[in-house]
Design a protein around this ligand. Sequence first.
Ligand SMILES: Nc1ncnc2c1ncn2[C@@H]1O[C@H](COP(=O)(O)OP(=O)(O)OP(=O)(O)O)[C@@H](O)[C@H]1O
Ligand SMILES: [Mg+2]
Length: 281
Amino acid sequence: MEGECIVFANHKGGTGKTTSCVNVAGELARNNRKVLVVDLDPQGNATSALGLGDEEIDACMYDVLLSGCTSNKKTILEDVILTTEVKNLDTAPATLDLSGILTQIHKADNPFAVLRNSIDGIMGFYDFVLVDTPPSYGYFLINSVYAADRIIIPLDTGAFTLESIRDFTTLLGDIKDELSSDIDVHAVTLTMLHDSLFYRFSRLLSNFTSSHRHPLLDVKEKVQVFLSINKVFSENLHVIPYSPEIYKAQSAGLPLCYFNPGHEINNISEEISSGLLEETG
Ligand SMILES: Nc1ncnc2c1ncn2[C@@H]1O[C@H](COP(=O)(O)OP(=O)(O)OP(=O)(O)O)[C@@H](O)[C@H]1O
Ligand SMILES: [Mg+2]
């Protein structure tokens, strides 16, 4: 087994990165794939959404990356991995401590490859390693892109979403050039964080695309046009509706497909995981 590393990234905050990561992880695990969620965000939201609190965590991704920076193999990834309530689903947790790595990472021989080197040793034990990233431009994002086999970009439907798509595309292009990486975007999720903003978002999109000449295009199609204008592969665009069940599942520390198996959002997590499974065979 040689696992695939899937990174959920967007420098913009609150776009659904953690939610998509945890729900897709749950769906892959439900399909009997061995999955590890690496929490690379000092906010530790993926860790909490998988039901783990500070009291269960002795060491976290900070310790792993610090060891990677100093070539002192005191803590390797295996040492921090915790099981979750979900069969086949483990996590390498994060706490606020992880923010401290930003003052240490320059000590590494290659500060961009610390995550990749840290996960290398466990790729043989998992089918998928899903990385939840923080909203940031810096080392966390660059390390994640360098480690990724595929990237999923979660978007929201806010007033600044369209700018963020353009900025993220530019950012990704710069990182790829710098790292000589040919990594591409595998899928994009569009989360309707506020149901009531749907109509406004649709109008905003019309101003930015030529789709106002095609009034029958729905929001999904308009986003696809916008993504293709910005040269983002947009075939795998998944629209995720607003639902308070997300909040409840996250508070219960479970992926949605385990908290509420009949919920419609699970169909979308299933579509995304089927896409990942198809490509890995
Ligand atoms: N489909 C949904 N319906 C309702 N609420 C949602 C949905 N998806 C995500 N949320 C909520 O929206 C908020 C932002 O989602 P999430 O934390 O996944 O974003 P994020 O991109 O990981 O944020 P950050 O950039 O801070 O890491 C959270 O409070 C989450 O519970
Ligand atoms: Mg998050």
